[in-house]
Design a protein around this ligand. Structure first.
Ligand SMILES: [Zn+2]
Length: 389
């Protein structure tokens, strides 16, 4: 006899199987039912039922026959690109961007819009809404959700950004909530470092890795840690604020109000500030990048100083979290191979030898734009069913 209790149980089991298949399709790309059966360990009838259900809900789609290689057995399914979409919004200190993508997470410049970050919150939300609507008008299929990547401390229990040291217009705000009310679509707030971490796991080089970390040394100094396959959150979701460790007790005032925080010394922003002081004029990241490409010898002192503190930050992450891989995000040091090699030389002087031997350190190719997309996709997958490990 079917009781309400075992109906709930069978619904849950069905959804867990569907989630398992979604994850396999996300990591393997286009797959036949036979391939899914092999990769998931589920039975062929279970795979067939789950695929039908995911197709009906628009989360996956069958490839057009002309897109399939000849001789492949069975029709292939992939994450929906025509019948479903998500939008990623990046709110950042200098520039904001909005991008639409299929559920496979592929973002293109054609589906990306950008604007300079305005000075007030109301204008910011107006501009994000405008760009979201423009992108939504071009999206074919169902819009499943919007991921909103933000800098600063998100308190999950309060459901807001409690404090954003480098973008105070976000203090005590929840742009995802405000945007969701205007657009009528589920919108999710994502801490930008967590987004980068999820992006590495879903689309980057951390596929299949359970213990890794992402250190963002661009404007602020952010950290996200995947430990045992779970994002480290702490009690309220605010863990990972490595940037506000004091390293120079009488140093410069940080955006957080304290003095001498690591992020005032170890980031692209720190190097930008030092270059500007020396030149007597402000410059943006692209100008700084071009300047260092041409005249690095004139700024050896500044480069060496930031190299030293970035190495200290990297060493701290490795010593404390013992990741198998550490991805470093940044433009002026991390993305330039010779300068990054010098950072890694300094890391050797600062890290416990045994911990360093366990860890590979690489510059990440992930972007915050991809992070916002990864954040909403991770949420949609999680909301579908719990994972079974
Ligand atoms: Zn600080």
């Amino acid at each position: 006899m079917t009781t309400p209790a075992n109906r709930v149980e069978s619904t849950l089991l069905r959804r867990i199987n569907e989630r398992r298949l979604l994850e396999v399709i996300q990591s393997h790309g286009p797959s036949s039912r036979a391939m899914l059966t092999r990769a998931s360990g589920l039975t062929a009838p279970t795979v067939s039922k789950a695929v039908d259900s995911l197709l009906r809900r628009g989360l996956i789609e069958e490839l057009e026959p002309r897109e399939q290689a000849l001789g492949r057995p069975g029709k292939l399914v992939r994450m929906a690109t025509q019948s479903g979409a998500v939008v990623g919004v990046v709110i950042d200190t200098q520039t904001c961007c909005t991008a639409a993508a299929g559920l496979d997470g592929t973002v293109t410049e054609e589906q990306t819009r950008r604007f300079a970050t305005p000075d007030d919150y109301a204008t910011l939300i107006d501009m994000v809404e405008r760009d979201c609507r423009a992108l939504m008008a071009d999206v074919s299929g169902k819009l499943h959700g919007v991921g909103v990547s933000v800098p600063g401390l998100i308190n999950d229990r309060l459901g807001e950004i409690v404090f954003s040291p480098n973008l105070h217009l976000l203090d005590k705000r929840n742009p995802a909530h405000d945007l969701g009310q205007r657009l009528g679509v589920p919108c999710l707030l994502i801490q930008e470092s967590d987004g980068l971490c999820l992006s590495e796991r879903l689309y980057g080089d951390a596929r299949g890795i359970d213990d890794f970390a992402v250190l963002d040394a661009s404007f602020g100094l952010g950290l996200a840690v995947m430990s045992g396959g779970h994002l480290l959150t702490g009690h309220s979701g605010m863990a990972g604020e490595i940037g506000h460790i004091t390293v120079a007790p009488d140093g410069l005032r940080c955006g957080c109000g304290n003095r001498g925080c690591l992020e005032t010394l170890a980031t692209d922003a720190a190097l930008l500030r030092m270059l500007a002081d020396k030149l007597g004029r402000r410059l943006d990241i692209m100008a700084a990048s071009a300047l260092l490409a041409e005249r690095a010898a004139d700024f050896q002192h500044e480069i060496r100083s930031v190299t030293e503190y970035l190495a200290i930050a990297i060493a701290a992450v490795i010593n404390i979290f013992n990741p198998t891989t550490l991805f470093v995000h940044g433009t002026l040091l991390a993305a330039e191979p010779d300068r990054f090699a010098r950072v890694l030389e300094r890391v050797k002087q600062r890290t416990l030898t045994a911990s360093l031997a366990d860890c590979t350190i690489v510059a990440t190719r992930s972007s915050k734009r991809q992070g916002a997309i990864a954040g909403i996709m991770h949420h949609l997958t999680n909301a579908w069913a719990p994972t079974v490990r």
